[in-house]
Design a protein around this ligand. Structure first.
Ligand code: FRU
Length: 457
């Protein structure tokens, strides 16, 4: 079976959201929305991967696939919880109201969504034929159950929409994980027309809410849907959730979506998310693949701000220092008139390291106005923002945004950059903000000043 290091990628064909992320019996299990037949979205299965350290992943096959009336058109997103030693998965079963005669895998005419549970004794075998149990009957606009235990109660938060217009989150509670009671609903006109993949967890004395808001950014080029997060008031007795107006993006790049969190082996809140890719990666002799996960990130709420930090397992992996002092490679510039990045820089640094698919970690604190060019992907400081531009490494794919930026940074521009052939993740100021962007055709030169560089062990 396929293996991945650092970023979990589609093992051929298509993946989207992370599902059922859990540390269970000494291993991390990460399931994912999976269409096993082509590198496009279609009838959803749950693919399954396992890791001992959040860095080395092994794909172990398909865990869930349609078998019932209620999930005949797909097993949509959901979550995992451990109870009485078993792993229980909760997901949304989809049944299209009409079948598209041209393509049975997609349907835009509406569907029914039932919430379904399935348990496993070992976290590997799931009885798709006899083990599924519908815990909430089919309803419109309700999906992506995130379930957690608090004391003797189970809580479920579902994503949805009020009248197809206002993003909402719906709460159910249960004492046994099978029988669920509706408790409350929260909604806000601020967060799109539909809130997908909601997540809610305690961070210190506060709660953090994460949701993926559909039709949130109608005015921009490219994706309209983005993942947002915010500190919220939550009264667990009545499941009263107050969604404030202020929010942060989970990531300030263009591609991250549908994050899911859980607790890692050391009790940290860890997040993974889907990196959307506008086209499949194709290599001769390999099945084309589309979709990958971001690096695992530790979520912390401090002084009114939500941080997404590099997970210690990633630090551990990048243990090989290949450059331990400041070095300047050629000259990079964000000013097109000045010629952009200086591609005439003669020194090739670690070129095979980038192009051979081996990941790199590059650290530098930028000065005001300074620019770094990594294989054509540019990162620079301008007017107190960190900005990035992927134009040169996006294969001329039309209709997508190329530029990203953080909010204002108040003079601190410390960057911790993770580079892979198809993904660049820039952690700014120890996770104050992260900018992650999918790229294609990254070059092998670094231009600009770097301070430290690490390769994987
Ligand atoms: C988010 C999402 C979920 C749904 C799944 C289907 O990307 O639309 O709401 O469960 O993907 O693949």
């Amino acid at each position: 079976m396929a293996k991945d290091t650092l970023h979990l990628k589609a093992p051929g064909n298509w993946i989207n959201d992370p599902n059922g992320f859990i540390y269970y019996k000494g291993k991390y299990h990460l399931f994912y929305q999976y269409f096993p037949y082509a590198p496009v979205w279609g009838t959803m299965h749950w693919g399954h991967a396992v890791s001992v350290d959040l860095v080395h992943w092994e794909h172990v096959g398909v865990a869930l696939f349609p078998t019932r009336y209620e999930d005949q058109n797909g097993c949509f997103s959901g979550s995992a919880v451990e109870h009485d030693g078993k792993m229980s998965l909760y997901y949304t079963g989809i049944r299209y109201r009409e079948i598209n005669p041209e393509n049975i895998h997609i349907n835009e005419e509406g569907y029914d969504a039932a919430q379904i549970m399935i348990s496993s004794e070992d976290g590997y075998s799931f009885d798709n034929f006899d083990g599924k149990r519908v815990v909430l009957p089919a309803a419109e606009n309700m999906r992506d159950p995130k379930v957690w235990k608090d004391g003797s109660d189970f809580y479920m938060i579902l994503g949805g929409s009020s009248r197809g217009k206002i993003g909402s989150a719906v709460f159910y509670r249960s004492t046994d994980g099978f029988n669920w009671r509706y408790i409350s609903r929260a909604q806000s006109e601020k967060f799109g027309a539909i809130l997908e993949c909601p997540d809610l967890f305690k961070a210190g004395n506060d709660y953090v809410f994460i949701g993926s808001a559909m039709y949130f950014a109608r005015e921009t080029e490219g994706y309209e849907h983005y993942a947002v997060c915010m500190a919220v008031g939550f009264d667990k007795t009545r499941c009263r959730l107050r969604l404030p107006d202020e929010y942060q993006y989970v990531d300030y790049g263009l591609d991250l979506y549908a994050p899911q969190t859980n607790i890692d082996a050391a009790g940290r809140r860890v997040m993974v998310a889907w990196m959307r890719m506008p086209k499949a990666v194709e290599k001769k002799g390999c099945v084309p693949w589309n979709g990958m996960m971001c690096l695992p990130r530790v979520v912390e709420y401090e002084d009114g701000h939500i941080y997404f930090r590099v997970h210690p397992a990633v630090d551990e992996y990048f243990g090989k220092e290949v450059l331990g002092q400041e070095k300047v490679f050629g000259n990079a510039s964000f000013d097109e008139d000045a010629g952009g990045a200086d591609s005439s820089a003669t020194e090739k640094f670690g070129s095979p390291a980038i192009l051979s698919g081996k990941p790199l970690r590059i650290q530098v604190t930028l000065n005001s106005g300074e620019c770094l060019d990594i294989g054509g992907f540019r990162i620079w400081e301008e007017r107190d923002f960190i900005r990035t531009d992927r134009k040169a490494v996006f294969d001329d794919i039309c209709g997508y945004r190329m530029m990203s930026n953080t909010p204002r940074l108040h003079g601190r521009y410390k960057l911790d950059i993770f580079v892979e052939p198809n993904l660049i993740e820039v952690f700014v100021n120890d996770g104050e903000y992260v900018i992650s962007n999918v790229v294609y055709g990254l070059g092998n030169r670094i231009c600009g000043r770097v301070e430290r560089v690490f390769a994987g062990k």
